[in-house]
Design a protein around this ligand. Structure first.
Ligand code: TYD
Ligand code: MG
Length: 490
């Protein structure tokens, strides 16, 4: 048996070194290397079985034609938004990691999942963060109670509690394993993987070694039976799940719960999924009684829009396979001193710089002495260039103080010469806009024939940003406005 040794592990990427270093040569993170004492890894037991004499269950190669096809069996979920992100439901034997900032609602969402799944199946909820009492109080709240429930109400809720939901506060993995043996759950929820530890390892809970070993053990257990595992993971300040790479490789699916802390909308996004499409998004709203699904997010995001005010444009962005309409607001204001500022909220800062530069150089806007603010409403984040045109139009509309046509969506990527470029999945975007009652869409001119545009709205095809602004701004023509601009200067 090998004796325990010391090694140095980068807490960012999990790379191991034989000596301490100030910077990880693998992922270039500074001061991320921590000394960890290691006992022989549990995986060693496999090595013993590797020889022919070893007693491990042998796998047998099978002909492709002999393997049963068809989609995996899935545990259906009443929470449709959650099921969508998972690719249609929980796959038995799968292991899912769900990450997100503290307080964003991970525990709440998974407790709701547990309550729901525990009606037909058995669920074990292991928490290392909250006491059983606290979780119980939360469950009462989710099931319709308030902070100070009367005994009568509590009894009614109590009667409604799923009988097969087991709670335990535990952080020691070996003890958790025993609980699993006893309870035999169909679904195991571990809140959180960073508080779980294995006694054999001498590094502290939350270190890369602990996180990796604990999740590997749970994964083995999941794969050998049909138990599904959900792990909650914390996200570091840099926005990665602590021990990021290592964990992402071990699990089948990685979900992020994100949203603005000051907004109630929460997006559940799949960034990796062995059983479904990635980039799928489920939309929820955090309410008094937990997370509520938003089945029509576009309507929710547009609800507070003020029609006919300058500086507001509607973009259609794709989240996975789903088109979502969002309002983009722009505001320009004369710079008081120093360099003009470009402040994006929900948009990529570099995209905003590019849009401002193209507006200045190719559309004749004098934005050099203007601070620009651009905001995606509802705490939504857009990373695709298809929202360029809407962002540009919102900024110009604010600068000119002229509203954009109210029932119009703007879709298109802006090129450096001020041209508009086609974006993917245009028919799906237009159909969604039509469904929500929009009458007009301003889009890039189509150079290749494809699927015909949907009938329910008028599609205006334009070649350049300038033409798009002409058609989008109410009344005033962009070039006419430019003349007044010149007149103002003179
Ligand atoms: P929580 O699920 O504990 O977050 P995480 O596990 O991601 O750290 O959510 C905590 C926040 O959610 C807290 O600010 C209270 C709020 N909340 C509601 O708004 N409604 C609810 O029904 C519940 C249970 C929590
Ligand atoms: Mg929590």
């Amino acid at each position: 048996m090998a004796k325990a040794t010391t090694r140095y592990v980068c807490q960012q990427c999990g790379h191991t070194f034989v000596r301490a270093m100030g910077r990880c040569t693998h992922c270039n993170a500074w001061n991320s290397i921590v000394e960890e004492r290691i006992a022989p890894p549990p995986a060693a037991s496999h090595a013993a079985g590797r020889g022919l004499g070893g007693q491990i269950a042998l796998s047998t190669p099978r002909r492709l034609s002999d393997i049963e096809a068809g989609a995996e069996e899935r545990m259906p979920l009443a929470m449709g938004e959650f099921a969508r992100v998972l690719g249609g439901g929980i796959v038995p034997g799968s292991i899912v990691l769900i990450g997100g900032d503290p307080g964003i609602g991970k525990s709440t969402l998974l407790l709701q999942l547990a309550v729901e799944v525990a009606r037909p199946s058995v669920v074990l909820y292991v928490s290392g963060e909250e006491s059983e009492r606290q979780i119980k109080m939360r469950a009462i709240r989710l099931l319709g109670g308030s902070e100070n429930v009367t005994a009568q109400e509590q009894a009614a809720i109590e009667a409604n509690m799923p009988p097969n939901l087991f709670l335990v506060t535990e952080t020691n993995l070996d003890v958790i394993m025993e609980h699993i043996q006893k309870v035999q759950p169909d679904l195991l929820i571990v809140d959180s993987i960073q508080t779980t530890y294995m006694a054999g390892l001498e590094s502290s809970a939350g270190s890369v070694t602990q996180v990796r070993e604990c999740s590997s053990r749970l994964r083995e257990l999941a794969k050998s039976g049909s138990m599904s595992v959900f792990l909650i993971g914390h996200v570091t300040k840099e926005g990665v799940i602590a021990g990021p790479r290592v964990l992402e490789h071990i699990v089948d699916t990685v979900l992020y719960l994100e949203g603005d802390r000051f907004q109630s909308y929460r997006l559940l996004r799949s960034v990796k999924n062995r059983f479904g499409a990635t980039n799928e998004v489920g939309v929820f709203e955090m309410r008094e009684r937990g997370m509520v699904e938003i089945t029509n997010p576009s309507e929710a995001f547009l609800a507070e829009r003020m029609i006919n005010t300058p500086g507001s444009a509607i973009a259609v962005t794709m989240e996975g396979t789903r088109p979502i309409l969002v309002e983009i607001q722009g505001l320009t204001s004369p710079t008081n001193f120093g360099n003009p500022r470009r402040t994006p909220n929900g948009l990529d800062p570099n995209r905003l710089l590019l849009i401002a530069a193209v507006l200045t150089r190719r559309a004749g806007m004098r934005l050099g002495e203007q601070d620009i603010f651009a905001n995606v409403v509802g705490g939504f984040k857009i990373s695709e260039p298809a929202a360029d045109l809407a962002a540009a139009a919102a900024i110009v509309s604010s600068y000119r103080d002229v509203p954009l046509r109210a029932d119009t969506v703007l879709i298109g990527e802006i090129g450096l010469s001020g041209e508009l470029r086609m974006v993917g999945q245009m028919p799906a975007r237009l159909r969604e806009a039509g469904k929500l009652g929009f009458k007009t869409a301003i889009v890039p001119k189509r150079l290749r024939r494809g699927e015909p545009w949907p009938k329910d709205l008028e599609v205006i095809e334009v070649r350049s940003l300038r033409q798009a602004l002409d058609s989008a701004l109410l009344g005033e023509k962009a070039d006419k406005a430019e003349k007044t601009d010149k007149a103002k200067e003179g």
